[in-house]
Design a protein around this ligand. Structure first.
Ligand SMILES: Nc1ncnc2c1ncn2[C@@H]1O[C@H](COP(=O)(O)OP(=O)(O)OP(=O)(O)O)[C@@H](O)[C@H]1O
Ligand SMILES: [Mg+2]
Length: 600
């Protein structure tokens, strides 16, 4: 029941519907139990004494009860349906909002397909149970409670004898639930894995085909599918074992009633009408007991689904606003950033290598910082920390002297724009993609941003221009075109801090140079971080930081770095191999000192 308590927030405000559904059902159940009593009246008061004049009234009463019972059932169905649907609606919204709140670290390990199956199949499971399954389970409980109370009133000894099988039935039902629950949980995960493999296969179809790995993918899918099938077979096995037992126990009580009841009628302890009423009452009670297995099934299935939903809903949020955090007003920040001896490692385990160690950097407002280094050296990590994609493990990052952990996340991120290494486009028009960060931007602003990002020309050549819808993940555009749209999106934002994470890598040198020109124009007085593998992309930076395995190994301006032996000069040598004379003008520092001595 913990699961349903955990989900209470999502259905408790619909208490009236819950109440309507339960009361409607309880009333319908209670009314249904009047029939055996009418039967008793008919036999004992009319048939046996041979007085038929009350039969018509009795029949009319029966019709009246049917009508009221139908009304109660309507109330139950209406309220139950509302309850289930509203719950599912709230849960879907709740899960989706939670997904928006969760930090980058959650998504590092999350699997899309699994999340999708939680938001669809699992919510559906809960909806069915809360809407109807739960009511059926209650119906059974009401029937047992009301039914046996009436029977008790008719003949308590006989009722006690018949009731004796109920604990056995309860025990079997609980055992059944215990066995079937883990299997259902496994089925839910198997559905998740199936969805994951379909989703990954579709997303990565180009890779699959180009490596001719279709047979492998089919095998992988069949493996998951097989597991899914086996789990269902396991369920069928549990069912096959328990169902006959439950049915036997339920019927055994009927046999017991007839045996003992018949004897008591003959002995004169009971009227014939009483026995008929009790046996038909028992038949009404036993009917849903047979389906107790089904009902427990529904309960267990929704419990498993609920567990998975709660797991998502209760997922801790790694990066969140601290209490009394500072809200950055637009235009209020000077934009002075500082990394103060920052250490960072992904995950919480100490044996994981640090992605950044002792990272120190002072970034005055308006400066351009270049980050260079081999792949995996920690460049993306360093800039992601600025957005609080993750919080630093040690040290601090400050903005105008305030630790960014004390600044409200949304307002911090509003002042920044990042173009990620892998550009992502939504499946909507190019115009909306560019305006993503500024929904109120005018068409002129959008076009201007595109012009600055050198995207305007090619967008105009597309059949629908800015209204062209780009497919999922921006399919239908080249890598460089996607990058330029992503850059336009960041430019339009006119951020205080702009981060370009290797975002001109797919562009030719000339376009890149043009974008850099725009950059100087757009980012005047604002701070820019440029991560690049090409020296030409960041040679004009005010400070270039060279990273190697999370450590800063060199820092300074282009010409200073060229004069030092090290990674920067080596990279330059490789990239400008066709222009060795340029390097010659930057003799190593020690040599130039010597040279001055000579000339002096
Ligand atoms: N989300 C993550 N979870 C765990 N480890 C990560 C994650 N992202 C990066 N790393 C690890 O952290 C280190 C630094 O990665 P980072 O992405 O910062 O490198 P980079 O300098 O940007 O490389 P590249 O030039 O290839 O983009 C690498 O060893 C990488 O494997
Ligand atoms: Mg990177």
């Amino acid at each position: 029941m913990d699961i349903f308590r955990g989900l209470k927030a999502y259905y408790w405000q619909d208490k009236p519907f819950l109440l309507g559904s339960v009361l409607g059902l309880a009333a319908a159940t209670a009314l249904g139990l009047i029939y055996p009593l009418l039967l008793r009246r008919l036999i004992d008061d009319m048939i046996v004494p041979g007085k038929y004049d009350g039969v018509l009234a009795l029949a009319l009463l029966a019709v009246g009860i049917v009508v009221i019972k139908a009304g109660c059932q309507y109330v139950h169905g209406f309220c139950g349906g509302r309850l289930g649907n509203r719950l599912a609606y709230r849960l879907r919204n709740g899960c989706y909002s939670k997904l928006q709140e969760l930090s980058f670290s959650f998504y590092d390990t999350a699997r899309t397909g699994d999340l999708m199956s939680r938001l669809t199949a699992d919510i559906e499971g809960i909806r069915n149970f809360i809407g109807f399954g739960m009511a059926q389970l209650m119906n059974t409980a009401f029937l047992v409670l009301f039914g046996f109370s009436v029977m008790f009133f008719l003949d308590w000894q006989l009722t006690l004898i018949t009731l004796s099988v109920i604990p056995v039935l309860g025990y079997v039902a609980i055992r059944f639930e215990q066995q079937i629950h883990p299997v259902f949980r496994a089925i839910r995960s198997a559905v998740g894995r199936l969805t994951v493999s379909v989703q990954e296969n579709v997303t990565g179809v180009r890779t699959v085909k180009s490596f001719a790995r279709e047979p492998f993918e089919v095998k992988k899918f069949s493996g998951n599918n097989e597991e899914y099938r086996e789990k269902h077979l396991e369920i069928a096995g549990v069912w096959a074992k328990y169902f006959p037992v439950m049915e036997f126990i339920a019927n055994f009580s009927v046999a017991l009633l007839l045996l003992v009841g018949g004897w008591r009628v003959i002995a004169g302890h009971l009227t014939l009408g009483d026995l008929v009423a009790m046996s038909s009452m028992l038949a009404i009670i036993v009917a849903p007991l047979w389906t107790l297995g089904f009902q427990i099934n529904g309960y267990t299935m929704s419990k498993a689904a609920g567990e998975r939903l709660l797991e998502l809903l209760n997922q801790p949020i790694a990066v969140r606003n601290s209490e009394h955090c500072l809200v950055l007003e637009d235009g209020s920040t000077g934009g002075h950033l500082r990394y103060d001896d920052v250490h960072f490692r992904y995950g919480s385990r100490d044996d994981q290598p640090a992605a950044l160690t002792g990272f120190d950097l002072d970034v005055p407002p308006g400066s351009v910082i270049g980050l260079l280094g081999g792949t995996g050296s920690g460049k993306s990590t360093a800039v992601n920390l600025l957005l609080r994609a993750y919080d630093v493990t040690e040290g601090a990052i400050t903005l105008d002297g305030v630790d960014i952990r004390h600044i409200e996340l949304e307002s911090l991120r509003r002042h920044m724009a990042i173009v990620f290494q892998e550009s992502f486009l939504f499946s909507t028009t190019i115009k909306e993609n560019i305006a993503y960060g500024c929904p109120d931007a005018t068409m002129e602003d959008i076009e201007e941003a595109a012009r600055l990002a050198k995207a305007d020309d090619f967008i105009r050549e597309l059949p629908q221009g800015y209204e062209t819808v780009v497919g999922e993940r921006g399919m239908g555009l080249s890598g460089g075109q996607k990058q330029r749209i992503a850059i336009a999106r960041a430019f339009l934002r006119k951020p205080k801090v702009l981060i370009l994470d290797d975002s001109t890598s797919a562009l030719d040198m000339e376009t890149e140079q043009e974008i850099q020109q725009s950059l100087r124009e757009v980012m005047k007085g604002r701070t820019t971080f440029i991560i690049a593998h090409r020296i030409s992309s960041l040679m004009h930076a005010d400070e270039i930081v060279v990273l190697d395995r999370g450590h800063i190994v060199q820092r300074g301006r282009h010409d200073k770095l060229l004069r030092q032996p090290g990674l920067y000069r080596e990279t330059y040598k490789i990239q400008f191999a066709d222009r060795p004379e340029q390097l010659d003008s930057y003799a190593l520092d020690s040599v130039s000192v010597l040279g001055r001595k000579v000339t002096g």
